[in-house]
Write a protein that binds this ligand. Structure first.
Ligand code: AMP
Ligand code: MN
Ligand code: MN
Length: 323
């Protein structure tokens, strides 16, 4: 059921012990929004704890209060009177779902989140869930500390590709400006968020070498096997002249391929949704439980259909073979 920001704030005010969570394969917005919310809730006298059922990418560990995030262990329960789910619908929170029977309050910015069977405040035009967390804090009359501001800024920066993507709106920049006024240093957050290990940069070069162009140059793809972290890799091919849809397939385990898509115009949320995933119009993803080759065929056919291109069985051309 869809609710308003005011109703979401009222639900939070009525609760005392709040379990916070976000999606598995957590990104800057998932971690930033839960960490900011933790601090905001405590500042208005609530008890709060974050559980995320996954490991978190190394460069998010520097965010304030990161050490307080817990991962649920098998059979564990947690006493809470509200389960506040950020940056995803309730189906992508792993075993956190089994920690409590408390009612769900879902706050999200994914257009594919339906709100069926739980209370949802969704703002598809918000660049990041962190942007909504900022508005919620204002609605709750809570102070935003410098530490909370850093977390909100980090989530907004990562979900907008540092204020470059089409989701960057006037509200995004206004809120970012207010966070900088609070004392956030954009260069410090950017350095933390962009840091990569040698292994990640090595995987990045492999990703570029694997690049192939499909469907008459409108689509580009990169292919990885068992890569741990692929943050930003898809941007390497998103920029290619004439490419509308960029995709990345990471063969994470046998018959388990993680798919990411970015577009300059085409609605990739609908494509991802048709393959069991979700996301935003210009940034979406899904998981295909099949081999890398089969996943590529399925994905190129689905993208081709959306682009109304005839050659749906295009096997792609490596960059080296293109003039
Ligand atoms: P990513 O490519 O992993 O950065 O994801 C892009 C967007 O699509 C994010 O907003 C994700 O939350 C969403 N997304 C990615 N994978 C899935 C999935 N399997 N199910 C639903 N949404 C997804
Ligand atoms: Mn996210
Ligand atoms: Mn997000």
């Amino acid at each position: 059921m869809l609710i308003t920001l005011k109703q979401a704030a009222t639900k939070i005010q009525a609760a005392n012990k709040i379990l916070l969570t976000a999606h598995i394969i957590p990104d800057g917005d998932a971690v930033g929004s839960t960490l900011a919310m933790l601090q905001i809730l405590r500042s208005i006298g609530k008890s709060a704890q974050i559980f995320i059922d996954d490991t978190v990418r190394e460069n998010l560990h520097a965010l304030p209060h990161f050490d307080e995030i817990r991962r649920p262990v098998k059979g564990e329960t947690f006493d809470a009177d509200l389960l506040l789910i950020l940056d995803t619908s309730p189906d992508r929170i792993g075993n956190v779902r089994n920690l409590t029977d408390a009612p769900i309050l879902n706050v999200d910015h994914h257009v594919t989140n339906s709100g069926e069977g739980y209370e949802l405040y969704v703002e598809p035009d918000a660049a990041a869930t962190c942007e909504i967390v900022y508005k919620l804090a204002r609605e709750l009359g809570a102070e935003i500390s410098l530490d909370a501001a850093k977390c909100i800024y980090a989530g907004m920066a990562t979900d907008t590709g540092f204020f470059q993507y089409s989701n960057t709106g006037a509200d995004t920049l206004r809120i970012a400006s207010e966070l900088v006024t609070c004392g956030v240093r954009p260069n410090e957050i950017a350095e933390q968020m962009e840091r990569k290990s040698v292994a990640e940069v090595r995987d990045m070069t492999k990703a570029l070498q694997s690049a192939r162009i499909f469907l008459g140059g409108k689509v580009a793809g990169i292919f990885l096997t068992r890569a741990d972290s692929t943050e930003g890799f898809i941007d390497l091919i998103r920029v290619i002249d004439g490419v509308d849809v960029a995709f990345m397939i990471n063969d994470k385990a046998e018959n388990f391929c993680r798919v990411s898509m970015r577009s300059k115009g085409t609605d990739v949320a609908t494509i991802a949704n048709s393959l069991g995933g979700g996301g935003h119009i210009r940034a979406a993803g899904c998981t295909l439980k099949t081999s890398l080759d089969e996943a590529t065929k399925i994905l190129v056919a689905a993208i081709g259909k959306a682009l109304h291109v005839d050659n749906l069985s295009d096997a792609g051309t490596p960059l080296s073979e293109i003039d």
